[in-house]
Design a protein around this ligand. Structure first.
Ligand SMILES: [Zn+2]
Length: 207
């Protein structure tokens, strides 16, 4: 119990509980987040082995039930945000993905295989697997970044940033907060918007 409780992100009580097992995001319906990788599990486990008794939760049966796992959904009915520490993200993401998703970096253009992707399917957040775009929302902008004229409702959030001095609209995954790209107003109909996305921030899931 101590192992799992120690990895809880207490900022988000009331959120789904998330845990990584066998490289997958696992989630349960209860109120804690326990997103971990095996290394974290191992390192905490070593500490726990030495300190289990003093730190056992009072109601260990309840704690155990709270860690029952179901897979983190790509298309949940409602999005429940969560946060992880930078160290947690670093252990889960490649350096390049961390730079884009967690530090709002921008990948070099024409580097993503998603640019030429034409199949039906969905584009999921590379941080938490939430579906952000459908293939039918994609268009060829010629910019060198995967581009979409619309995001799936409720799956991305926006904020203004001033990294290029001029204000622009940044958008990110509504669940994990991972930076995706910027929205421009030179897209095609019907929205006239261009969601200019870093390819590395998305995983394509063919239909
Ligand atoms: Zn995400």
């Amino acid at each position: 119990m101590f192992i799992q409780r120690s990895a809880v992100n207490r900022k988000y009580s009331g959120m789904q509980s998330i845990r990584a097992m066998k490289g997958l995001f696992i989630v349960n319906d209860f109120d804690r987040i326990t997103l971990m990788n095996r290394r974290t599990l191992l390192s905490i486990g070593l500490v726990a082995a030495a300190t289990t008794i003093p730190f056992l939760p009072r109601n260990s049966k309840t704690a155990h039930a709270m860690d029952d796992d179901i897979q983190l959904e790509s298309n949940p009915k409602s999005v429940r945000p969560f946060t992880l520490t930078a160290d947690d993200w670093k252990s889960r993401l490649s350096d390049e993905a961390f730079y884009v998703l967690r530090e709002e970096g921008t990948e070099r253009p024409f580097t993503s295989a998603h640019n030429d992707e034409k199949r039906e399917g969905e584009y999921h957040c590379a941080g938490c697997d939430l579906a952000l775009f459908e293939a039918g929302m994609k268009f060829d902008s010629g910019t060198g970044w995967p581009s979409f004229w619309q995001a799936i409702d409720g799956r991305v959030e926006t904020k203004r940033d001033f990294k290029l001095i001029l204000p622009r609209t940044e958008y990110h995954c509504a669940r994990c907060g991972g930076h995706q790209g910027h929205i421009f107003k030179d897209g095609p109909k019907p929205t006239g918007l261009r969601y200019c996305n870093n390819g590395i921030a998305l995983n394509f899931k063919p239909a």
